[in-house]
Design a protein around this ligand. Structure first.
Ligand code: GDP
Ligand code: GDP
Length: 455
């Protein structure tokens, strides 16, 4: 059915954008209420009310894919991140720190109706020290009368303030043009790390699950420390570790080794770290404390890894602490609460005793293999043809949408585009995804399925 008048240019676009590796990352930072979320929504073209966050509730998703003038990049919205817990200054400083570590360029949003505050000035200092390109957004310039307010922001020393109304869209085009100029073609973190380089692993999990213990265990004597920020006195950001006869790059280990001792806001820092590590990694080893009940924070971290499109391994740590009873309940928990990653390989380890450490590498390799799986178009369509014949979409309003043709638009993680003669219901899409997994494996990887309806 491939000949039935598809827009082949679109297919070509999908294929061309596939396999191009990671996208450059743009972070949007600024004080609360300056309009960061409004701007992000405007850029990603979404009306969803990301804005109405309840205090203290962290959004699961922080990274969105955006496209301006045909260039794709990722955008990180730091807007809704538990500001209330930390207080304004600490939260804004943490955003800036995140932006410095994880982003390739930064949009710094200032409320031009308020002008530059002391907090704004402090962030500017942080940003300038980092040396990442910064585009200054003078927000809330809803009309020409606001231009003068915007011009006042030259005083920040960040160059030209772009007068923008995120609410109405005014000036966002010029801002985005400047952003594209500031963004590198490819993310800095992956320069020189093409095919054949060490695979990048993020060790993530809530505080006290045993990340630093595990890191020390796997690093052992064989640790080779590579300081990515040569000439600085900081902790190494990433470490090369020999494991199972191969070299792996454990990313953002500084964030693990440098324990943040905070009574308040520790969770907030932990989620910044997690997001930063995921940005850089190919595969996430998600540590969970097997001796304790699965927490909301655990599932949130799992969602972050899945949403980031990373290969995933679930490592149940502290296995040495389990008694019969806990083991029984753990099995129930896994069935009920880990459905969203039931495809992820699981290892039951103990960072202190070293139990089953040797199973970690095979699990990581399985997940990476799933992540990079490519299904030939012919095989995919043979499978889809049989599937659709055996399980047609339910008839709705006298019509029966059909899947006409499918193609794998990308890997890392596998991304499929299905062309259909009508809207496919969510349940049917999930069914298709489930069957794709049964047929082709995809162990340890999220799979994205999008549907194009032929008009
Ligand atoms: P954030 O905390 O920085 O993410 O800020 P929000 O995006 O939640 O916006 C805070 C408030 O400012 C909301 O009431 C927005 O509707 C409003 N706002 C955002 N951008 C603009 C703008 O360009 N003009 C005006 N007048 N209001 C805006
Ligand atoms: P992090 O905050 O995730 O880096 O966690 P740590 O590695 O600092 O570990 C938190 C606590 O759990 C420490 O007291 C560790 O000794 C302990 N711990 C870590 N792994 C294990 C394990 O496998 N078994 C047991 N019994 N304790 C562990």
């Amino acid at each position: 059915a491939a000949e039935e008048g598809f827009d082949l240019d679109e297919v070509a676009d999908d294929l061309a954008s596939a396999g191009h590796g990671p996208l450059p990352v743009l972070a949007v930072v600024g004080r609360p209420n300056v309009g960061k979320s409004t701007l992000v929504n405007r850029i990603i073209g979404r009306r969803e009310a990301v804005v109405e966050d309840r205090p203290g509730v962290t959004r699961d998703r922080v990274t969105y894919e955006a496209n301006w003038n045909g260039r794709r990049f990722k955008i990180v919205d730091t807007g809704g991140w538990e500001q209330d817990v930390l207080g304004i200054d600490a939260s804004v400083a943490a955003q800036a720190e995140f932006a410095i570590e994880a982003a390739d360029a930064v949009v710094f949003v200032v409320d031009s109706t308020v002008g530059a505050t002391d907090t704004d000035e402090a962030v500017v200092k942080l940003l300038r020290r980092a040396g990442k390109p910064v585009v200054l957004c003078a927000n809330k310039v809803d009309g020409p009368s606001g231009e003068a307010d915007a011009a006042m922001l030259w005083s920040l020393g960040l160059g030209e303030p772009f007068p923008v109304s995120s609410l109405h869209g005014r000036g966002t085009g010029d801002l985005l043009d400047a952003v594209l100029e500031a963004l590198p073609e490819a993310p800095a973190q992956t320069f020189g790390e093409g095919v054949g380089g060490p695979r990048r692993v993020a060790l993530i999990g809530r505080p006290n699950v045993g990340k630093s213990s595990l890191l020390n265990k796997v690093a052992g004597e064989e640790r080779v420390v590579v300081n990515e920020l040569a000439g600085t006195t900081r902790d190494p950001v990433d470490e090369l570790i020999q494991l199972g006869g191969k070299t792996w790059k454990f990313v953002d280990t500084a964030g693990i080794r440098r324990r943040v001792h905070l009574t308040e806001g520790a969770d907030y820092y932990a989620s910044l770290r997690t997001a930063a590590a995921l940005e850089k990694a190919e595969v996430a080893v998600i540590l969970i404390d097997a001796s304790e009940t699965l927490s909301v924070q655990d599932t949130r971290i799992i969602s972050m890894a899945v949403d980031a499109g990373r290969a995933c391994v679930i490592a149940y740590n502290k296995w040495d602490l389990l008694d019969e009873e806990r083991r029984y309940y753990l099995e129930r928990e896994i069935e009920q609460d880990l459905v969203q990653v039931q495809w992820a390989p699981r290892v039951n380890v103990s960072a202190t005793s070293g139990r089953h450490m040797e199973k970690l590498v095979p699990a990581i390799e399985t997940a990476l293999a799933g992540w990079e799986t490519r299904v030939p178009t012919g095989r995919l369509n043979a499978f889809l043809g049989e599937l659709v014949a055996a399980h047609p979409h339910p008839i709705r309003g006298g019509k029966q949408p059909r899947i006409l043709f499918g193609t794998q638009a990308g890997t890392r993680p596998p991304r499929f585009v299905l062309f259909a003669s009508g809207f496919l219901e969510a349940g049917y899409r999930r069914f298709i995804e489930r069957r794709l997994r049964e047929e082709f494996g995809f162990e340890g990887t999220p799979v994205q399925v999008s549907v194009r309806v032929r008009e």
